[in-house]
Design a protein around this ligand. Structure first.
Ligand SMILES: Nc1ncnc2c1ncn2[C@@H]1O[C@H](COP(=O)(O)OP(=O)(O)OP(=O)(O)O)[C@@H](O)[C@H]1O
Ligand SMILES: [Mg+2]
Length: 234
């Protein structure tokens, strides 16, 4: 594999690896739209505007699902902000071919606004806030009063805000954000997620009164036909 030329922020090449952009009519893209619909109808009285995506452990598909969900929400005409709130293992900037020199960590540790730091990637209605440079204290930053202001600014500017998080069991980041967000999606991956860890994750989320909208089942190991199945509710 050749190294990607970092000077070349070609939006097409980088973003096209997302199934929801590459093949809008595929069954997987359709499943993402189903998830979108379920989230939209999850609440009769209060619109779900801020969504946390997490899982019990590492490498279960959180970032893949966050990015594709952001794309399908944007394609429905809603203004979407995808926030890389995984300041420990950030990947959103890579997915969209962006640099990571500014982003959430910077907004949280300065007075810079969300708006100043979001980027567009040539996808209508979609804005991205990368993680920014790695801070020494992600949990503290996410738990800060400043983070509440950041969420408020994002709510004001966008219809939907999606937070890509670290796993819920290893560190407290996702728990903190789940307590602040309108809803949380818990990703489960076939042959990866351990049952005891999943129970632990659900307990940790319940502890902070997170509203778990549902479990996204990341169902196949085959890259060619990544399958996602959505279970609504518990
Ligand atoms: N259903 C799937 N089939 C095959 N590969 C997948 C599937 N879902 C995700 N992957 C791949 O597994 C890797 C991990 O996925 P991803 O980065 O979305 O997980 P994550 O939960 O965000 O990981 P992390 O805990 O490191 O943040 C990626 O290389 C991704 O392309
Ligand atoms: Mg990730």
């Amino acid at each position: 594999m050749g190294k990607r030329n970092s000077k070349h922020h070609s939006q097409q090449t980088s973003a096209v690896s997302l199934i929801t952009l590459a093949d809008k009519t595929s069954p997987i893209s359709e499943q993402y739209r189903t998830i979108r619909t379920n989230i939209q109808f999850a609440s009769a009285d209060k619109k779900i505007q801020t969504i946390v995506v997490t899982s019990s452990g590492p490498a279960e598909g959180k970032s893949t699902i966050s990015a594709n969900l952001a794309v399908v929400f944007a394609s429905s005409g809603q203004r979407v902000l995808l926030v890389d709130a995984d300041m420990r293992k950030p990947t959103v900037h890579k997915t969209f071919g962006l640099s990571n020199d500014t982003g959430l960590s910077l907004v949280l540790s300065t007075n810079q606004s969300v708006l100043e730091n979001t980027r567009t990637v040539g996808i209508e209605n979609l804005s991205i806030l990368p993680s920014g440079p790695k801070p020494p204290n992600p949990s503290e930053l996410l738990g800060s009063v400043r983070m509440n202001q950041v969420i408020e600014e994002a709510r004001h500017l966008y219809d939907v805000v999606i937070f890509d998080m670290p796993p819920v069991v290893a560190v407290t980041d996702a728990q903190i954000m789940a307590s602040k967000a309108d809803g949380t999606l818990l990703v489960v991956r076939e042959n990866v997620t351990r049952k005891d860890t999943l129970t632990n994750a659900k307990n940790l989320l319940e502890m902070v009164q997170a509203r778990v909208l549902g479990v996204v089942y990341n169902g196949t190991q085959n890259m060619k036909d990544q399958g996602y199945y959505y279970y609504y509710g518990n």
